[in-house]
Design a protein around this ligand. Structure first.
Ligand code: NDP
Length: 470
């Protein structure tokens, strides 16, 4: 029988849970673990090596709960959705009102809101964890939500296991009440989709437009990773492009099927952005592109019918243009993401700390990049201002937008799809235009539906002279 001395417990020893448990044990916190399939617990414990003395493997939920110091703190690392509800229900009869469950999976923040306000008879935190298996093992980025007092109870463990930014700050932050942490994690994942899509687009231009082979793409990304685009995703893209398929000896990239998978967190962000009326077109384009990528058969029929696009961009744009276009696209994408967070903060009365969010993403997580330092600075100066208007980013946009225009235009003329880069550019052009075209929309709406409109001169005349045409 396990002794009740574990500081914290963890349920779900899958990819993320096992890595997180080892990380917690390594930082010196005794941890009790339980997994639905006991053989998984056994093999996890057998492989724990030097960390085993800090780990208490348990074979039943009762044994697990009694291995924990009271008041208890239990991390759930199981698939989002029903499994979380089931696991909470199984724990409820065994726990007291001051025991704390922390859902560390990729929950939809609406579910976290629901669980936070439900009469669970215990304390509940929703915690977004990013960084994949490697991050969970050696330092993830952690975005917490729920009652501040509950976060404070376990924050010493979370800051100990979290990634540390270059300035030493742990990437573990309380974002606000209820689903705030899972919301910020969802936007992180949406931005992750967008960053990945923009990289895939410039890769496409290099491959199909400029005729570059995978090693040349790898070298280019590796070079970019020493400049303003320095980031985990650019770094691993260089690695992906450089890899050789052990079976055929060809470039790995050239044998990977071009149909992207997804678990849906990017889609949640796009859907939520629509609800909030907070446009994130780069993320939406990234979700769209993944969905289109999966329609292999239809795409093949499209090419059969319309023929391959010309895709010859040599002489029209350069690799340097692509780097500049990526910089502009990234700024536009993050400006949209932070604006969405700001809108959610207001809509859900969360007071989400924008500069802290930029900081918590600087290390450990998938979208970590050197640019986030400057973003944290800019948001720290004025969190209410759109990032494109922060002087440092306005200047960078002025420098890089001409290249973004060249890339998007050349892609459009040559049938090379750049949906995320293009969506960023269109959003920017809307955002920098004082007199837009929605006057036509308002006229149409009034014409067919008598919805009325405001006038430029402010005069009190809110319907058009449509007469019998209406
Ligand atoms: P895995 O599939 O590797 O592991 C799932 C774990 O949950 C297993 O331990 C499994 O137990 C357990 N489990 C599954 N269903 C139930 C259930 N109904 N009741 C109790 N336990 C159950 O998943 P991951 O570790 O990849 O993901 C876990 C969570 O972390 C998910 O929410 C995921 O979205 C999130 N996440 C994942 C990341 C990643 O890179 N993989 C990154 C960030 C977050 P058993 O051994 O019995 O099957």
């Amino acid at each position: 029988m396990a002794m009740s001395h574990a500081e914290i417990g963890l349920i779900g020893l899958g990819t993320m849970g096992a890595a997180l448990a080892l990380n917690i044990a390594e930082k010196g916190f005794p941890i009790a673990v339980w997994n639905r399939t006991t053989s998984v617990t056994d093999s996890f414990f057998d492989a724990a090596g030097a960390l085993a003395p800090k780990i208490i493997p348990t074979r039943s939920l009762t044994e697990f709960v009694s291995a924990l110091k009271s008041p208890r703190a239990i991390i759930l690392m199981v698939p989002a959705g029903q499994a979380v509800d089931d696991q909470i229900a199984a724990l409820q009869p065994l726990l007291n009102s001051d025991d704390l469950i922390i859902d560390a999976g990729n929950a939809n923040f609406h579910d976290t809101n629901r669980r936070s306000s439900a009469a669970l008879g215990l304390r509940f935190l929703g915690m977004g964890v990013s960084g994949g298996e490697e991050g969970a093992r050696h330092g993830p980025s952690i975005m917490g939500g729920g009652a501040r007092a509950d976060w404070d109870r376990i924050s010493h463990i979370l800051t100990a296991i979290a990634a540390k930014a270059d300035d030493g700050m742990p990437c573990a932050t309380w974002m606000g009440e209820a689903g705030a942490g899972h919301f910020v994690k969802a936007v992180h994942n949406g931005i992750e989709y967008a960053d990945m899509q923009m990289i895939a687009e410039v890769y496409g231009v290099m491959r199909d437009g400029l005729g570059m082979d995978a090693p040349a793409v790898a070298t280019t990304f590796a070079t970019w990773n020493a400049g303003p685009l320095k980031s985990y995703l650019i770094e691993i893209s260089a690695g992906v492009a450089a890899a050789i398929d052990p079976i055929t000896g060809a470039a790995m990239l050239d044998v990977i099927l071009d149909a992207a998978g997804q678990k849906g967190t990017g889609r949640w962000t796009a859907i939520e952005a629509q609800h909030l009326a907070a446009p994130v077109p780069v993320i939406e384009a990234a979700v769209m592109a993944r969905n289109v990528s999966a329609r292999l058969g239809e795409r093949a029929k499209g090419e059969d019918r319309f023929g391959p696009a010309p895709m010859r961009l040599s002489g029209e744009i350069t690799v340097d243009d692509l780097e500049q276009a990526m910089i502009a696209g990234k700024i536009l994408c993050y400006a949209q993401g932070f604006a969405m967070i700001s809108a959610a903060s207001e809509a859900f009365k969360w007071a989400l700390p924008l500069p802290e969010i930029a900081k918590v993403w600087r290390a450990g997580c998938i979208i970590r990049s050197s640019m986030l330092d400057a973003m944290a600075r800019a948001l720290g100066e004025d969190a209410g201002r759109n990032l494109i208007l922060a002087p440092e980013f306005s200047d960078r946009l002025e420098e890089t937008l001409p290249a973004l225009r060249r890339v998007v235009a050349a892609g459009a003329l040559n049938g090379l799809a750049c949906p995320a880069l293009g969506a960023g550019l269109s959003w920017f052009d809307l955002m920098r235009t004082r007199r837009g075209t929605a006057n036509m929309i308002q006229g149409q709406r009034d014409f067919f539906g008598a919805h009325g409109f405001d006038r430029l001169d402010g005069a009190d005349h809110h319907h058009g002279p449509w007469g019998s045409h209406a």
